[in-house]
Design a protein around this ligand. Structure first.
Ligand SMILES: [Zn+2]
Length: 219
C-alpha cells in the first residue's frame, strides 16, 4: 500500500493541523508544566538587551505573546513522539506503507529559531500490524514540537514507530530549511538539509532500502 498525501507547502502549515496543534498545546503535555512567567521575563530581558524600551506601548504585549507562541511550538517537550499510536489494526499483507510530504515546523535548539520542512515516513508492517495513516503524521508533529536538531528528530520518529508498531523496517526522511542558516551566518536562503534514519530490514537490506528511497524521491 502506498499513500501519497497532497504536496504540502512547508511555509504554509495546513489549517487543520495548526488548529489541532494549538488545541493540544493549550490542554495537554508539557505545555501545562511550562513556566510562562519565566519566558515572559526572558523575552523582556532580550528586548532590554538589544537596546529597546520594553515599556513602549507597541512592545508591551510582546513578551506575553512570545511566551504563548513558545508554549505552542514546544508542547511536545518531554513527550514520546509515539505517544499517540494507541490503536493498531491487522491487515492481510505486509506491503510497504509510505506517507509522503508531511509538513512540519520545529525549533532549532542551537538558535531558538524555526526549521521547517517535510517528512516522508515509510514502514514495512510485521504480521500485518499497522496504524492509522494520520498517526504517522502525529508522530512527526509530536517529534517536531520540542527543541530539536534535525538529525535527532529523524531518529526519534523512526525509533517511535519501531517501538509502537514493531514493524520489519522503517525509513524516515526529513527535508528542511533552517532559518539559522537562511537569515544569519552563511545566509543561504532556500538551502535544504536532508536527513535519513533507517531501522530494521530497511537498515540492513541495501536493496530494499534503495527501493523505498526511490519511491520517496519519485515526486
Ligand atoms: Zn540553528
Amino acid at each position: 500500500m502506498e499513500t501519497i498525501l497532497p504536496k504540502a507547502d512547508p511555509l504554509k502549515p495546513k489549517a487543520s493541523s495548526a488548529t489541532r496543534a494549538s488545541a493540544v498545546g493549550e490542554s495537554t503535555h508539557a505545555a501545562l508544566k511550562m513556566d510562562l512567567n519565566k519566558i515572559v521575563q526572558g523575552v523582556r530581558l532580550i528586548l532590554e538587551g538589544v537596546g529597546e524600551d520594553a515599556s513602549r506601548p507597541e512592545l508591551l504585549e510582546t513578551p506575553d505573546r512570545v511566551a504563548r507562541m513558545y508554549r505552542e511550538l514546544l508542547y511536545g517537550t518531554g513527550v514520546d513522539a509515539g505517544a499517540e499510536i494507541t490503536c493498531t489494526f491487522n491487515e492481510e499483507n505486509d506491503d510497504l506503507v509510505l506517507v509522503k510530504d508531511i509538513a512540519f515546523s520545529s525549533v532549532c535548539e542551537h538558535h531558538l529559531v524555526p526549521f521547517i520542512g517535510i517528512a516522508h515516513v515509510a514502514y514495512i508492517p510485521n504480521q500485518g500490524k499497522i496504524t492509522g495513516l494520520s498517526k504517522l503524521a502525529r508522530v512527526v508533529e509530536l517529534a517536531s514540537r520540542k527543541l530539536q536538531v534535525q538529525e535527532r528528530m529523524t531518529g526519534q520518529i523512526a525509533d517511535a514507530i519501531m517501538r509502537r508498531l514493531d514493524p520489519l523496517g522503517v525509513i524516515v526522511v526529513l527535508e528542511a530549511e533552517h532559518f539559522c542558516m537562511s537569515i544569519r551566518g552563511v545566509r543561504k536562503a532556500g538551502t535544504r538539509t536532508v536527513t535519513t534514519a533507517a531501522r530494521g530490514v530497511l537498515q540492513d537490506d541495501k536493496g530494499a532500502r534503495a527501493e523505498v528511497m526511490a519511491f520517496i524521491q519519485n515526486k
